[in-house]
Design a protein around this ligand. Structure first.
Ligand SMILES: [Zn+2]
Length: 437
């Protein structure tokens, strides 16, 4: 198409009264939805499946050869979509479609393409390619947005949301010295994927630099499938508290010490594990708590355990719940300590606040799903995402599509092509809704 024709058609489209009120719509907003090219999007995912595929799963861990190959494939998709890609100094890939109003900040959409060890092909690529497809569909359908549209593929999400931390000014110098799963330091890895650690601050965006961020992602849990719903509208990414708890008893002979004279640290740890599970389950809501690691001393068959070091992972979207259960766990520990003649000592390892999705962005996602006739529910994300970093500088929202069997970070990870298509359609129309503000 000639440029003049393109502009002419875009202007005509922009003037179409797509936004119309539908009586009875609880949201008060609805519009005739556009649709992405589902076959093209799912075709890219199918091609991508061969990159980093090993006998034990997808291995595109950040900064590995397979990660580089995945990024090369992705850069090619950017180019095909007319998104002249640039790599920022943190190694994130950005591509832009200009808007019609130069005074407006960009709408940002995207995800990541790196994987965990022995992972799957959907965690990350669905949102990354979904975003590229949205940009390409807008071009194909000659729709011009007022805002610039930036597509981003963040680097090293699975190693601790490194690329998005850099881009939002959240990275710390010690982070750069950590060794990634590929065996390279973050510092070396960023250089390897085209970034520049010496100029890392240039990658940092600040509050007000972007209009909003929307990320499409697989659910990684089984709630949507279980409820028979098509779309999850993410309310936020849960905050977490990790504690290390040392239970001190007294190591003594397992044959000669009577049952009523023991100070069994293992028994106390077991009672504590059951007690925190009961405490969380007794309160309605979506709080989760897990004792995931247990180090027993001396860890010998014929000695009563003298010490146990265990970890507690506590998560919720509501910071008040995190504080409440932290207090409950400490009280339970004190009671169990008294009953078992042991001592509990708590050490906080990680304390991350919930990242709350923006109500307006959630509303655009809701409206988009409604216009497309898709069933949905609002829900928290129990897993971490780049969106939690972007939440520091911009209004954010996330769209979830069902994970078959609730499985992820596994070679069995799978989302149906129709669900991937639904998610991208929702992203496309949420972007249009966001553009209208
Ligand atoms: Zn992910």
């Amino acid at each position: 198409m000639q440029r003049r024709t393109f502009l002419h058609r875009s202007a005509a489209l922009a003037a179409l009264p797509l936004l119309r009120s539908v009586p009875g719509d609880a949201l008060g907003i609805s519009f005739a939805p556009l649709r992405v090219n589902r076959a093209r999007l799912n075709g890219w995912l199918a091609q991508f499946d061969s990159i980093g595929r090993t006998t034990t799963g997808i291995n595109r861990v950040a900064y590995s050869e397979a990660d580089l190959a995945g990024r090369a494939f992705t850069l090619d998709l950017f180019k095909q979509a007319g998104l002249a890609p640039r790599i920022d100094t943190a190694g994130n890939i950005f591509g832009r479609i200009d808007g019609t109003d130069r005074s407006l900040k960009p709408i940002l959409i995207g995800s990541h393409v790196d994987s965990v060890t022995d992972g799957g092909n959907f965690d990350g690529p669905v949102g990354s390619f979904g975003a590229i497809e949205v940009a390409r569909s807008l071009r194909d359908q000659s729709v011009r947005l007022r805002h610039p549209l930036d597509v981003v593929v963040w680097s090293n999400e699975e190693g601790g949301t490194i690329g998005s931390k850099c881009a939002t000014g959240q990275i710390t110098p010690p982070d750069l010295e950590k060794v990634a799963r590929s065996g390279k330091t973050i510092r070396d890895g960023i250089g390897l994927v085209g970034g520049n650690v010496a100029r890392l601050s240039e990658a940092a965006m600040k509050k007000g630099d972007i209009a909003c961020y929307i990320e499409l992602h697989i659910e990684q849990g089984g709630l949507l499938e279980k409820a028979g719903l098509q779309i999850g509208v993410v309310e936020g990414i849960v905050g977490l508290r990790w504690s290390e708890v040392t239970v001190t008893g007294f190591a003594n002979h397992a044959g000669t010490t009577p049952m009523d004279q023991r100070q069994d640290a293992m028994l106390a740890a077991a009672k504590f594990t059951v007690a925190i599970n009961d405490a969380v389950r007794a309160v309605p809501g979506r709080t989760v708590a897990t004792v995931g690691r247990l180090n027993v001393s001396p860890n010998t068959t014929n000695v009563i355990p003298g010490e146990v070091v265990l970890t507690v992972d506590l998560r919720d979207l509501d910071p008040a719940k995190l504080t409440h259960f932290t207090e409950v766990f400490e009280r339970l520990a004190s009671e169990i300590g008294t009953a078992t003649r042991t001592k509990f000592a708590f050490k906080r390892l990680v304390d991350s606040e919930p990242a709350i999705a923006d109500p307006k962005v959630m509303g655009w996602i809701d409206a988009s799903a409604t216009a497309l006739g898709l069933t949905r529910q609002r829900m928290p994300s129990g897993a971490g995402h780049d969106a939690q970093e972007v939440a520091h500088i911009a209004p954010m929202g996330m769209i979830f599509v069902p994970s078959v069997g609730g499985i992820s970070h596994s070679p069995k990870e799978f989302s149906k092509p129709e669900d991937v298509g639904n998610g991208a359609d929702v992203l496309l129309n949420a972007v249009i809704a966001a553009d209208r503000g």
